[in-house]
Design a protein around this ligand. Sequence first.
Ligand SMILES: Cc1cc2nc3c(=O)[nH]c(=O)nc-3n(C[C@H](O)[C@H](O)[C@H](O)COP(=O)(O)OP(=O)(O)OC[C@H]3O[C@@H](n4cnc5c(N)ncnc54)[C@H](O)[C@@H]3O)c2cc1C
Length: 403
Amino acid sequence: MVVVGAGPAGASLALLLARRGLPVDLIDATIRGGRPFRGEGLMPSGLEALAAMGLQPLPPAVAQLPLAAWSFFLDGQFLFEAAEPMGSPVPCTLIDQDSLLQELLVQAGRQPGFRSRQGQAATDLLEQDGRVSGVRLADGSALEADLVVACDGRESLLRRKAGLELEIAPSPLDVLWFRLEAPGSEALVRWLAGRFVTVVGASGSYALFPSARGGVQLGWAMEPGRAAQAPTPASPGAWLELWARDAPAPLARLLRTLAEVAVQGPVRLPVRVGLCPGWQRPGLLLLGDAAHPMSPLRAQGINMALRDALVADRHLGPSLLAGGPAAIDAATAAIAAARLPEIRRIQQLQEEEARRADLLRRRHLLRSLLASTARWSGPLLERRWRATQRELRNGSKAIATDL
Ligand SMILES: Cc1cc2nc3c(=O)[nH]c(=O)nc-3n(C[C@H](O)[C@H](O)[C@H](O)COP(=O)(O)OP(=O)(O)OC[C@H]3O[C@@H](n4cnc5c(N)ncnc54)[C@H](O)[C@@H]3O)c2cc1C
């Protein structure tokens, strides 16, 4: 079989199927490593999937940092802090995605049937008698397969080539992404003390957290489309001043004294959220962002991709080993049916959370009221927020029930 895309969905699925002794070709358009802006948050839901793959605890080669708490500030005023693991079996953990993907490829490479082709894009689907029968590669060669799994991300070329429509959901935010690098950001890392900090104020809202590979990641939220048009600060120094304006005093001091050279970015992340109602055609299955591009809110994309791969392996393994095309197509239909309800639910929860955040960003009076009464409004909001996080952290149902 052929897996296209060596992100979290493709790399983990390739490993699982190769472990079964199946021949697996994993194709990726890029040569992995060194991309500075990648998702880092693994929720207990993703860690549960990794555990079922035999990857918990995470191998030491994967740079990792368990999160200590989630802290919220409004107009510079402390609102509340929720300590990890918030009732989950394990804490949310920040990882270096490149090192996780590298580890998956190293483990897959030990399996005799596994072949990785990095730096080679798939450019088209091959078809025979109404069935996808392989992929065409950028060098013009053809790769035949009894099943193609498209894990080629949110802009999936193979999804479009297969004519599988993505239903786009309205996205309430765009994100500008920054890294605050060492040397320079050490004092900021110490102040964060392993926390994911959200700051909402008159200038906008942002979240910052220590990166598992050193330094700090910072995401600045904007109304959709605005990132492209709005005048944004032209220099790193102006960004630091903008963030400092709404920050609590100790954070503001650290931002104002941070060297401009420590600021990397911004990279614009146009948030694309959507869902394919059909994930399969005969001989083809979509997984991960290719089937359901996720909002970056509350770190869901990697986690859902890993859960997709786990469920796909359990359904596909037996039919690829013993069945013919009909059994394979029945398995791909079963995978989509098993995964769609959780993806729908998680996307709905992300949308609700984004709307609440947007309300706070826009409503100056509401913000001032909550900030000035933080002593009693903080604990109330914390209770409500914790309740909304349960499924976003743990998934909407135990993954074992899908298997
Ligand atoms: C800045 C940022 C922060 C994020 N933060 C988080 C977070 O903290 N936690 C979280 O869970 N999620 C986060 N996400 C989302 C998460 O990264 C994605 O949802 C997740 O990576 C999806 O995994 P995937 O394997 O489906 O696709 P991807 O990771 O997008 O991988 C797709 C792969 O396919 C390859 N490819 C594409 N086209 C082709 C082609 N034609 N031929 C061959 N290869 C191809 C690409 O090179 C890529 O390697 C974040 C995303 C961004 C951009």
